[in-house]
Design a protein around this ligand. Structure first.
Ligand code: ZN
Length: 208
């Protein structure tokens, strides 16, 4: 069985305040006598469920096309937290056993909001301490249903920088509603976009 953990990208989807809205312009139309329907898209690479490229937050960081592929495919553990807002720490995962985990996807109340057109005014984000601890355990990818790894008002983005420091990658804006906690195979490859700061992904979880 496959769980689709990707948000639907449509013009109404909320983007980070100030980021480019998603738009579709029809350039050719079968209804108007053309052989094909053809559309042109305008979007931020951070629209909907996406991977950040290191270039998003570091000038010499990798573009989406050059991000390592291995972290985006493989065994992943889904865990639910109740935190609505604030930094996630070890205490939010008390009792969880991450032994054997390679990737961690965090299901927060953000996934359970039904309206993708509303940007969440509260969301849980990471802490540098937790990223460091998981890096030491061999975790290669962390996924959040939140729109950022750092708090909304952050200017120095310490959690994003920690990812690159430890050679980890992220997924943001996951849609984990209805996905039971447990182990799966994750497939969520970024597009091979050169010169770009991230990429939308089609993120799925395959039951093992
Ligand atoms: Zn992003």
């Amino acid at each position: 069985m496959i769980y689709d953990i990707t948000r639907t990208v449509r013009p109404s989807i909320a983007v980070w305040p100030g980021d480019t809205p998603f738009t579709i312009v029809p350039t050719l139309s079968i209804a108007e006598g053309w052989a094909v329907n053809l559309t042109a898209l305008t979007l931020s690479p951070h629209t909907g469920t996406h991977a950040d490229a290191y270039f998003h937050y570091e000038q010499e960081g990798a573009y989406a096309a050059a991000m390592p592929l291995e972290p985006y495919v493989g065994r992943a553990r889904v865990v639910t937290v109740s935190k609505h807002d604030g930094a996630l720490t070890k205490d939010d995962f008390a009792g969880y056993d991450f032994t054997g985990a390679e990737r961690i996807l965090i299901h927060s109340p953000v996934s359970d909001a039904l309206d993708d057109s509303i940007f969440p005014d509260q969301f849980p984000y990471m802490s540098v301490e937790l990223i460091a601890e998981w890096a030491a355990q061999g975790i290669v990818l962390i996924g959040l249903d939140s729109p950022s790894f750092d708090e909304f008002s952050s200017k120095d983005l310490p959690c994003h920088h920690a990812l690159r420091k430890y050679g980890m990658v992220n997924l943001e804006n996951l849609a984990l509603r209805g996905v039971p906690d447990g182990d799966y195979e994750l497939i969520a490859l970024p597009l091979k976009l050169d010169l770009v700061c991230g990429s939308p992904v089609r993120a799925v979880l395959r039951t093992l």
